[in-house]
Design a protein around this ligand. Structure first.
Ligand code: F6R
Length: 610
């Protein structure tokens, strides 16, 4: 949520263009409002308004702003409505101080009052403004920007990062206090940002930061300090091998479609990682734990549900899936020294997950295994060990390829655990891992090719349905929830994902003539799902089926579009494929409804707030 970018150049005067070019890569983090503070000859010029970066740039000429340093921010509103005055960056009491933040300041109300009571001119309802005032306050006391920024963090409670500058200094300061922040060193500039994609247009020399650290950008270098005592740390830039063009659409109309189409390659890449050297360490960590919790949010949680079925089936190992925000109230007190929390997060920054990471670290009860996509994220650095999803950037707000990668990771780990604990015959484990490695990429491609037109046509027929259900059974439980989440998220239709045997315990009453219910099934469960289909059809509902072709199922659909057939495969590979037509259906439905699926309203890809 929210993206900040700060740049200090050596001999350039085009700070607006640089900030817009780099910040545009953070659009997935927030698109409610945008602002740029550009400093030229010791004067700060601030332009900001409601809208996407492209809208505001067009209206206010952000990219034409001149200067040699500045800060830009893309906002996803939490504290304060998305209005011009709440847009970031902000000034302090005077226009000498400018800055912007990402995250939440939890003591917002008390601190805002305290600042106002002591004479600060606070203009907005946004917590980011308080960061600038906190620095302003300590500058009054110390006359030293470095100390002012360092001390300001003592007043601010919450998880956040901010960048701040003073009009008369050719420097930008930034702190990392629980939200993501990375820096970079280019030949003619330095940069600090909420995320790597906005650094890469300028440089691949990246400085990764940890919580409790502060960076100072000068035109030539980035220096890292410990906030606690101001001690300088020896942190050199590392060369990032992430492809800077990965965050481009590459000919696709939307990132979402591009990312769906990348899934065959993701299957290859993640299997390369899993069959590499470290997987025995990950397996040992899982084996050594008495209780194994799988903690995740949104799509990552849905993938975890699928994983739970694999762990049970292939390894006889119970995983306890828990929604990130529920973990502490539900299981926090039950953690034991030998508990394991498998923390699954694409961004590696989701606050609900980081809270659990911090709990385990602070209490010393248990261990953590991260499953993470963003390299350099808080989860990656903080977990006892981490498994990379190997997806490259996922730019589109709806998760697709990272969900796919997560399900492959769980299927693989389950097979290897089962082989090691004797639940699975070694030859069967070898065969299944071979299918994941050798067959899944091709099958995923066939699924995309085969269901593309069909899902496009099906979407046309669902355009006016404001309400539907997506039901799964057994392995397809998590798949159905994921399909429903995609439809809700990018089509703004109510779509509930649930267990199909549970539908008759209440929700069935919603079914009337042609009420649409999507059933996701595997070959082994279709006999049961047919019972549930009949319950809907007996009330004249419309049934749509996702799964392999089976004669018995074909009788329960009324038109060709209503049977989204994935290619025939092993019964345990099938649940991995079933999600693809649901991703494509939601994509086409979203586009047909005139929505940009990459940037659904009210959302942000990285949720660093509680
Ligand atoms: C849905 C989606 C979200 C995320 C959720 C967790 O398409 O993208 O539901 O899955 O916000 O995010 P991560 O995995 O970054 O922790």
């Amino acid at each position: 949520m929210c993206g900040i970018t700060g740049i200090v150049t050596q001999n350039r005067d085009d700070i607006g263009a640089l900030l817009v070019m780099c910040s545009r890569k953070l659009t997935y983090r927030g698109y409610d409002s945008v602002g740029v503070a550009a400093v030229k000859d010791g004067v700060v010029n601030l332009r900001k308004d409601v809208g996407t970066i492209d809208d505001v740039d067009r209206a206010l000429g952000l990219s034409k702003m001149r200067g040699d340093r500045g800060i830009a921010q893309l906002r996803w509103a939490t504290y304060g409505a998305p209005t011009k005055v709440n847009a970031q960056p902000h000034f302090g009491c005077t226009e000498d101080f400018y800055g912007a933040h990402n995250g939440n300041i939890h003591n917002f109300a008390e601190y805002r009052k305290e600042l106002i009571d002591t004479g600060h001119i606070v203009r907005s309802e946004n917590d980011g403004e308080l960061c600038v005032h906190a620095v302003d306050k300590y500058y009054e006391q110390t006359d030293d920007m470095f100390e002012a920024v360092r001390l300001s963090t003592r007043d601010l409670k919450g998880a956040f990062a901010f960048a701040v500058g003073r009009a008369d200094e050719r420097k930008i300061y930034a702190v990392k206090m629980g939200s993501s922040l990375v820096a970079g060193v280019a030949p003619d500039a330095t940069i600090v940002s909420s995320d790597l994609p906005s650094i890469l247009p300028l440089t691949n020399r990246v400085v990764y930061l940890r919580d409790g650290e502060m960076v100072v950008l000068t035109p030539e270098e980035v220096k890292v300090y410990r906030i606690e005592d101001g001690r300088e740390l020896d942190r050199r830039p590392e060369v990032s091998n992430v492809d800077p063009h990965a965050a481009e659409k590459g000919g696709y109309p939307h990132f979402m479609l591009k990312e769906i189409n990348e899934q065959p390659q993701v299957a290859r890449d993640v299997m390369g990682v899993l069959e590499g050297a470290k997987s025995d360490d990950w397996l040992r960590l899982i084996e050594d734990a008495s209780q194994k919790y799988l903690v995740a949010c949104g799509s990552s949680y849905n993938a975890g549900i699928v994983g739970t079925y694999y762990f049970n089936r292939l390894a006889g190992v119970p995983l306890i899936p828990v929604i990130g925000g529920q973990f502490i109230p539900m299981y926090g007190n039950a953690l034991k020294d030998d508990s394991l929390c498998i923390l699954v997060s694409q961004s590696g920054e989701t606050k609900d997950i980081i809270n659990v990471l911090n709990l385990v670290r602070d209490t010393g009860r248990g261990k953590t295994l991260g499953v993470v996509n963003v390299i350099g994220s808080t989860l990656m650095f903080g977990a006892d060990a981490y498994i990379p999803m190997a997806c490259g950037y996922e730019v589109s707000v709806p998760a697709t390829k990272t969900y796919f990668s997560q399900t492959i990771i769980f299927a693989y780990l389950a097979a290897r655990l089962g082989e090691r604990n004797g639940t699975l015959d070694p030859s069967e484990a070898k065969r299944f891992v071979g299918l994941l490695r050798d067959d899944l990429p091709r099958l995923a491609q066939t699924t995309i090719d085969r269901t593309g037109i069909l899902t496009k046509n099906l979407a046309q027929t669902l355009m006016n349905e404001r309400d539907l259900y997506c039901l799964g059974y057994g392995f397809t439980d998590g798949v159905a929830r994921e399909g429903a989440l995609k439809i809700k998220e990018i089509c703004y239709n109510h779509c509930e994902g649930m267990y199909s045997s549970e539908f008759k315990h209440g929700p069935l009453s919603i079914v009337t003539d042609n009420y649409p219910v999507i059933f996701v099934t595997t070959r082994e469960d279709s006999w049961m799902v047919i019972n549930h289909i009949n319950e809907v059809r007996a009330r004249h509902g419309r049934t749509i089926v996702v799964g392999e072709y089976e004669e018995s199922l074909s009788h329960y659909v009324d038109r060709e579009t209503d049977y989204l057939r994935v290619p025939e495969s092993d019964v345990l590979i099938n649940p991995l494929l079933d999600v693809i037509p649901l991703q494509m259906l939601s994509y086409y439905l979203s586009v047909d409804l005139g929505i940009n699926p990459d940037l659904p309203r009210n959302l942000s890809k990285t949720l660093t707030v509680d």
